[in-house]
Design a protein around this ligand. Structure first.
Ligand code: SF4
Length: 265
């Protein structure tokens, strides 16, 4: 059954749940960790282009993420050693632009009873690729940011599918050297996005084969016609072939709750 076949009140509910949240206000000097772990050009377009009106089927993945996020969050909140949804902010001064920048985000869960562990929750259609290749780098990056901000040496990414859950600890990555290198990299990306915002110049795209996933595919990026105006018809021909060759490619969803589009900023 397709989402558009569901009864109208349910479709309306899905749409309202996703679009009914307040519009995010973007500040030029404040960036979100989720913007930095994906394509910077996409983050720039999201900030600068007006939103496209959505329909219920466009909202399904976000809706699924929101539902799990809130339900699991409820369970954590009601455990004496659990805590959910904390905003974290990392401010820093950049001499390049002579300004202060802050990177912020929402961590999903913190569980004191599990060695003080932070959990990053993601919902996906299936976990075929996760089991094959491990947690996705952008999810690891997000979790590393929270672990750094909290000084927490334990973190796990949780992938929830309709069949179950896969929990992937990343403790081995939370060494001082790895974290320092990561924070340096993420600050440089924050500077690049702030510069783009201040100068109104879109960053270069981080394009095909982003970590083995076709980031520019239409289900991941609605700005691709701006990046590939001359290649669109070719991409539209190639993508069905690519999808056939990768039938179990996950469709990834972020499950945090700050924006109507990327639920995790
Ligand atoms: S089409 Fe690709 S390069 Fe362009 S904004 Fe989207 S993800 Fe980035």
């Amino acid at each position: 059954m397709a989402i558009e076949d569901l009864p109208e009140p349910i479709q309306k509910h899905i749409l309202n749940r996703v679009t009914g949240r307040p519009d995010k206000i973007f500040h030029p000097n404040r960036v979100y960790i989720t913007e930095l772990v994906k394509c910077l050009r996409q983050a720039y377009f999201k900030r600068h282009l007006s939103r496209v009106p959505l329909k219920a089927p466009d909202c399904w993945n976000f809706y699924r993420g929101i539902v799990f996020d809130q339900d699991f969050g409820y369970a954590m909140r009601n455990d004496p050693q659990g805590r959910e949804q904390d905003r974290v902010t990392l401010p820093f001064f950049t001499s390049v632009h002579h300004t202060s920048i802050s990177i912020s985000g929402h961590l999903d869960f913190y569980y004191a009873a599990d060695e003080d562990r932070i959990y990053e929750l993601k919902t996906t259609k299936n976990d075929y690729y996760i089991k094959k290749t491990g947690a996705k780098q952008e999810h690891i990056d997000q979790l590393m940011f929270y672990c750094f901000c909290y000084g927490c040496p334990h973190g796990s990414v949780v992938y929830v599918t309709m069949e179950g859950a896969t929990v992937i600890p990343i403790d081995n990555l939370l060494t001082k050297e790895v974290i320092n290198e990561f924070i340096l990299r993420i600050k440089l990306r924050a500077e690049a996005l702030v510069k783009a915002n201040l100068t109104n110049q879109a960053p270069v795209g981080e394009r095909l084969n982003w970590e083995g996933t076709w980031r520019c595919k239409k289900q991941y990026c609605k700005y691709r016609s701006l990046c590939y105006p001359n290649e669109m018809s070719l991409m539209d021909q190639i993508e069905p072939l690519w999808n056939t060759a990768h039938p179990t490619e996950e469709d990834e969803v972020d499950a945090d709750t700050d924006t109507t589009e990327d639920s995790d900023e």
